[in-house]
Design a protein around this ligand. Sequence first.
Ligand code: MG
Ligand code: ZN
Length: 230
Amino acid sequence: MLKILERGYEVEVKILEDVMKANDQIAEDNREMFTEKKMFVINLMSSPGSGKTTLLEKTFETAENIKFGVIEGDVRTSLDGDRIARYNIPVVQIHTELFGGACHLDANMVKKAWKVFPQDTNIDLLFIENIGNLVCPAGRSLGEDKNVVVLSVTEGEDKPAKYPLIFRLAHVLIINKIDLLPFLDINVNEIIKNAKAINPKIEIMELSAKTGEGLEKWITWLEKKATTYK
Ligand code: MG
Ligand code: ZN
């Protein structure tokens, strides 16, 4: 028999609400600052290994007319930051373990990262690559314009149902690694159905960051967003 633990921790819930409120205030300041810089900002979220950094690499190779910048979040290492820097893209790496081992980025980390960002670069579009985690990055605003969630087809069809908040807040869902579909027992329409059940307005793009299949829709979307404040 399955038993489910009911809620009953009001005190802890209250503390979390205060933390979130403080975060939202800093996120508002960040957003104002970014808009003033005429920069469109995307909070890129997913589980570990779903292909966020690979998607960024493919994007930089393809969308040559957009001036990109990146704030890169990882618990430790600058492996992803190094990959981005190879494309001559200005990038600041945040190591969240310096801030208490956090498994998510918050608005204050982004504010600090922006302070050391090369300010002479005229960026159209800033990506903030969040920590690989479908739970706590959701609902922690960083000052972004749009939330983009990447889900690899290898992760299964049930993820939108299991992690509803992040899918509810996502403007775009990228279903990545479609080149692997012939080897998997996964139905993409099931993923789409589950995502739409949580968020009917979510825009869905199916692609392979590795092969470039389906990438046009994403690039066209980015090109439009990059001129938002111009
Ligand atoms: Mg990465
Ligand atoms: Zn966390």
